[in-house]
Design a protein around this ligand. Structure first.
Ligand SMILES: [Zn+2]
Length: 295
């Protein structure tokens, strides 16, 4: 009788434990909405994803992702999906997803965001600022009330940095180096550089190295299917690992998918491919997120 090639779930788990990778994962950067105008729908299609809450929760379960932070996706008109919609989806997820409030650079919007944060203290896990999608630098005065509130409640502020999903966005405003000015002014503010500032990975490494209060996520760094995808992934794993060598530590680096930009299987495989110790990879998957976000 031929031996079965089937490996039971239990054996898979013990193999993963031996490899040092079996762990609970936290995804600090997820998008989802029910808006037909959601600008991430084409990316979801490219990845063969349905892009809805039930698929997201099922994929999290399947990949041992115990919790995640939900951020507003952009819509085709350039405006993010309203924060209340994100909040509603988080409530539906029953403590699997927690909201991050996206802040537009307008005084009235800042007031609304603060109101929402105050009404949901403990549940809201931070703020997000879309550098590049709006032509404001991170040290623009319009955001100062958000920073003061975030400092006093120990909430991180996440910043979109680097490449944008829109061809009319402003890369000058999306460069991670702008965050150095803010971090100099606000040494108590927890700053998260989204997408590790890609393609300015080494600029981001320098900011993380310089400032104790600055961290970075590694979400949304790639989509699959392009002509040089495999080579790009090899390059990216090398470049990101080197940026971490420059910093001398992986303790400020946080796992994220930017779902639906990356599929869970691809994002996890990519993170495991970083040329780091298995202990550091474990920290990137969850311990670092726990230190930065109250999750
Ligand atoms: Zn994102």
């Amino acid at each position: 009788m031929a031996f079965s090639l089937y490996i039971s779930k239990r054996n898979q788990v013990s193999l993963e434990i031996r490899r040092g990778y079996y762990m609970n994962i936290i995804d600090c950067h997820i998008h989802c909405s029910e808006s037909k105008e959601d600008a991430l729908i084409p990316y979801a299609k490219m990845n063969g994803l349905n892009y809805n809450l039930s698929e997201l929760l099922a994929m999290m379960e399947e990949n041992n992702v115990v919790s995640g932070l939900l951020l507003s996706p952009p819509q085709n008109n350039g405006s993010p999906v309203p924060n209340r919609e994100i909040h509603r989806l988080c409530m539906k997820s029953k403590d699997r997803l927690f909201p991050i409030i996206t802040v537009k650079p307008l005084g009235s919007e800042v007031s609304k965001c603060l109101e929402l944060a105050r009404a949901n203290q403990g549940y809201v896990k931070g703020f997000k600022i879309l550098l590049g999608y709006f032509a404001n630098y991170p040290y623009d005065q319009v955001y100062s009330r958000i920073y003061t509130y975030a400092e006093s409640h120990n909430l991180p502020v996440m910043f979109h940095t680097g490449d944008t999903a829109s061809s009319t966005a402003s890369l000058v405003h999306a460069k991670p180096l702008g965050l150095d000015v803010l971090a100099n002014e606000r040494q108590e503010l927890k700053i998260v550089v989204c997408h590790f500032g890609n393609p300015w990975l080494h600029d981001t490494a320098e900011i993380l190295y310089k400032h104790p209060n600055v961290f970075a996520d590694i979400s949304g760094l790639f989509t699959v299917g392009a002509k040089y995808s495999r080579r790009y992934l090899n390059y990216l794993a090398r470049a990101l690992s080197e940026a971490i060598y420059f910093m001398g530590t992986a303790e400020k680096v946080i796992f994220g998918t930017d779902y639906p930009i990356e599929r869970y299987s691809d994002a996890i495989k990519f993170t495991k491919s970083l040329k780091l110790t298995s202990d550091d990879i474990r920290k990137i998957f969850s311990a670092n997120a726990k230190k930065v976000f109250d999750i």
